[in-house]
Design a protein around this ligand. Sequence first.
Ligand code: AMP
Length: 424
Amino acid sequence: MAFVTRAVKGTHDLFGKPLAYHRAIVDAARRWTEAAGAAEIATPIFEFTEVFERGVGPTSDIVQKEMFTFSDRAGRSLTLRPEGTAGVVRAYNEHGMKVWPQPVRLWYAGPMFRAERPQKGRQRQFHQVGYEVLGSDQAELDAEAVALSYHILASLGLRKMRLLLGSVGDPADRERYNAYLRELLAPHAARLSEDSRRRLVTNPMRILDSKNSGDRALLAELDVRPMLAFLGSEAKAHFEAVRARLDALGVPYEVDPSIVRGLDYYVRTSWEIHHDELGAQSALGGGGRYDGLSELLGGPPAPGVGWALGIERVALAMEAEGLSPAPLPALDLYVVPLEPALVPRALEVASRFWPDLRVQYALKARKPGKGLQEAEKKGARFAGLLGPDEATAGTLTVKDLETGEQHTLPLEEVREWVGKGGRA
Ligand code: AMP
């Protein structure tokens, strides 16, 4: 029975307080991104594997070893989405959004899947909120995206975060940087981890992201020049423009000259937001510009910039800073039938108040004292006693469980009193 009694390793049921965090984070993301004019999009949870192979990049860790890939009944290769951007860009192309007024701003929230080793802050199913702006390469949009990712976190009350901003340059700059890294590291290949020896051939920049301690020690010894030193004039001018816009917006950031992101599609602006109290998995989120991605996915040129925040990580950071989400909504009213024959009437009364009030009713007749106790246990603010007199008169005897105040009122007045939360 072991396989039907527990969730798969690295996946979690989401309810109670973690769900309240989750909601607060998605609500904040919705508020800020929709304020900037974004529309919500929900893309499928699985796509043809090529979308991610081409979109995220064949040399990325995600594609190399972290995808949940399976065959459908016709033998086509499908993959559970490991991130949101590739699917959004696929949708932009598929629905001809290129002919909409540009740029198109989209936001999303939902589960992502990566076959990673589970640990604190790292799951196999996790959740992200994300934002994508497609159809323009103006620096204002990079600054807008960075600012939104920052404001969402700040609006949740987070203070101990650092926004690290860098640039991975244009593709030609990256090629020059990779050539430099290859030359620098090749003589030391024997000391590199197996993964990094592979990266030395396919994409040396990936080595800079390695978590392997031997790799890290070697990199520290070699005094590697950062990506930022290899920017061409256009990428450099773009980076300066983004910085100027962010300075004007008052968004605090540190320039990180060596930022490299784990996805192959990024060009130019890249950023990550880290939290000081999260330990090894400190990234709350990150983003960047991906001007060539649409073409990689068979679409028209459509430069874009976007980010994703890891919801579980943001929740851990909020917890670490002592920030509680608004509690999940409690019951407004608990209706207690005092006789068995009145149970159906209790359902009717409750349903009269939905959806304005959150109302539940007892499924069995209760004595008044027991009914009030039950209402308190359920966390209801008010209890409504329903006896034969109330049923005949179309009233309810309602008690405010906080103040003890009690009135027998017609249902419409109950709606008003309870709706005001007990303020008469
Ligand atoms: P990425 O798309 O890799 O830049 O991820 C964006 C954010 O998603 C990260 O900064 C994390 O906050 C979060 N994230 C990525 N992978 C995981 C995971 N396996 N478990 C939990 N959160 C994750």
